[in-house]
Design a protein around this ligand. Structure first.
Ligand code: ADP
Length: 589
């Protein structure tokens, strides 16, 4: 028979789902398939129309019995033909489009099924080819001398005489008029018994019976395709990343794929049972109810706890109807939009935070400069006051600049550009002393210490400014997320040819599920404790880039909620500048 692949290309109007189909496509496809399935089950496909569109069932209850029944019927028919024609052998040859050959297929009479392989000729050869191409029967009385026969096959199969008729499938319209005729193979009757010869009456008989043979083969082919296609479709459904549930009008689940089962935490045996009894999700149950009533319902969103994590899904549905518009079921697709939702949330909270971060320093700058301006003529403020006010203005300007730098740098990284590192050799000890001193000046409620284990190398290769940014950022966070005050430690130790640094605080800590995410841009832990601590969620994203891409190092965090956090990172002492530059150039290219 033809290969599976050829059939799909030739006869199935919709190609199998490949890649990730959009939910709309899928719902549409399923609806169409289900309608086809209903058509098939209503008996329309029972006719021998090999050329009609292939019905594709999707319910698990599709009847596969006709295949076996068909096989038995065909075998009986072949036996009956042998009996009526008094023929020793009956062989069906089917045209294989791929190879262009006519091949013997079971069931045969008088020839062992295993020997059918020998019946194989090109569709242009011998009697078989002639009948196949011409569509007219051929009778031969002496195979050994007849110049139309293939002598090798004749002698191999001990054929003396015979009749060969075409196997034709006719496609008919509603008024039973033939609209298309396809020759699918040939039917042979060989060796009339008792040394007799075939006659024209035998030819007519064989022609008539060939019609039944064609009809059964066409049906068999149709059902085989139906079953194969159903299997294929079920596998596609099963492996879809979207959840899929199909419910029938009697409120039963007729299809549920692996993702859907995992969303609802149920087993496969739920198929065939009532969804309102088996699914613990009132919103979804009511969605199905409304869908089955034929309502055109907009998608809904549901929240489900999956693997002890809250996930958000959109649920889209489509009614499955037959050609007369009768509802046959309702199909739904569940798509996980948790990440998208989180990103949306993060983006809007970023906008709120960034506005706040911009407004706060501006308010201070405006306030203190206005105050100073008012005082110019009246000489209200002492020199010390003026110094203090101006100091605040400068500090707030720095804060603004840092924020703008963060935004610009994030945009650069996003655009795949490097931050243009400038590598030099510098003293880590001096840098540590400087950042610790600056931070001690910035906060009176926190004490910042340097804690060096063993000796530090005399110098380090890296971008000193950016190294400063890494430490300053981590220290700022340590102070910011320790609202009660406390000690902040800067650890440093050499490990082989790397240096490991850590910034440890006694602050609010980070919940375990956020540990891997705090380095993502915009990611902020929005718990009760730090809700009022403002920030953009960009700092650690930039720090990670500075450690890993600029200094070819590694950064991670250890933390316990309520106890504190330690951000640790390792970088090479003698950075391979060439390698680091290459990495950054790659970003720029
Ligand atoms: P921002 O501080 O601007 O929000 P970051 O990227 O610096 O952005 O930090 C991301 C998130 O990581 C913070 O919102 C906070 O929830 C958490 N975080 C960072 N550092 C600490 C820390 N030392 N202690 C507790 N949480 C922290």
């Amino acid at each position: 028979m033809e290969s599976r692949a050829t059939k799909i290309v030739e006869t199935v109007p919709m190609t199998p789902v490949s890649g990730t189909p959009t939910p709309e496509d899928l719902v549409q496809r399923i609806a169409e398939l289900e309608a086809e399935n209903q058509r098939l089950r209503s008996g329309e496909a029972g006719r021998a129309d090999a050329g009609s569109a292939r019905p594709v069932p999707m319910e698990s209850s599709v009847d596969v019995a006709p295949i076996q029944e068909g096989d038995v019927t065909l075998r009986r028919l072949v036996q009956r033909i042998a009996m009526i024609l008094q023929a020793e052998k009956i062989v069906i040859m089917f045209y294989d489009r791929e190879s262009g050959e006519l091949r013997g297929i079971p069931p045969a009479y008088g020839v062992d099924d295993t020997k059918l392989d020998h019946f194989r000729v090109r569709a242009t050869q011998g009697v078989s080819g002639e009948v196949f191409r011409g569509g007219e029967p051929v009778i031969f009385h002496n195979a050994a001398v007849d110049d139309r026969t293939r002598k090798d096959m004749v002698s191999l199969m001990h054929v003396h005489n015979g009749i060969t008729v075409p196997l034709i499938i006719e496609k008919r319209d509603e008024e039973n008029r033939v609209t298309e005729r396809t020759t699918i193979g040939v039917l042979h009757a060989f060796n009339k018994r008792h040394g007799e010869d075939f006659n024209d009456e035998d030819v007519r008989l064989l022609e008539r019976m060939a019609r039944n043979v064609s009809s059964i083969i066409a049906n068999l082919q149709l059902y085989r395709e139906v079953v194969e296609e159903r299997e294929e479709l079920l596998q596609t459904f099963e492996s879809l990343t979207s959840g899929l549930i199909l419910v029938s009008p009697d409120k039963k689940i007729s299809q549920m794929n692996a993702t859907a089962r995992s969303i609802f935490g149920v087993e496969v045996d739920i198929v065939g049972q009532r969804y309102d009894e088996k699914l613990d999700a009132p919103k979804v149950v009511s969605f199905f109810d409304r869908g089955l009533m034929g309502a055109d319902i907009p998608p809904i969103e549901i929240e489900v706890e999956r693997n002890s994590q809250e996930r958000v899904y959109t649920v889209q549905g489509a009614a499955v109807k037959n050609e007369d518009g009768k509802t046959l079921g309702f199909v739904t697709i569940f798509n996980d939009i948790t990440d998208q939702k989180n990103l949306d949330k993060m983006k809007s909270s970023f906008v709120a935070m960034a506005s706040h971060e911009l407004r706060t320093p501006l308010t201070a700058i405006k306030g203190f400069s206005t105050t100073l301006l008012e005082g110019v003529d009246g000489d209200f403020y002492s020199k010390d006051d003026q110094k203090e006010f101006l100091g605040i203005v400068v500090h707030e300007c720095d804060r603004l600049r840092r924020l703008i730098d963060d935004l610009l740098n994030t945009a650069r990284i996003e655009a795949g550009q490097s931050l243009k590192p400038n590598y030099t050799r510098f003293s880590l000890e001096d840098l540590l002393d400087k950042v610790v001193m600056v931070q001690n000046q910035a906060s009176t409620r926190h004490k910042v210490f340097k804690k060096v284990q063993g000796d530090l190398p005399a110098s380090l290769i890296g971008d000193e400014d950016k190294f400063d940014q890494i430490l300053t950022n981590l220290l700022n966070n340590a102070i910011k997320y320790s609202p009660e005050g406390g000690d902040v430690l800067v650890h440093a130790r050499v490990d082989g040819n790397e240096i490991e640094l850590g910034v440890e605080d006694q602050g609010i800590g980070i919940p375990a599920e956020h540990l891997g995410k705090v380095f993502e841009k915009f990611h902020r832990v929005n718990n009760e404790d730090n809700r009022k601590i403002y920030g953009t969620g960009l700092g650690l994203f930039l720090v990670k880039h500075l450690v890993e891409d600029v200094h070819l190092g590694k950064i991670w965090v250890e933390s316990e909620v309520g106890k504190g956090s330690t951000f640790k990172f390792r970088v090479p002492i003698e950075l391979d500048i060439e390698e680091a530059k290459r990495r950054n150039d790659e970003m720029d290219s």
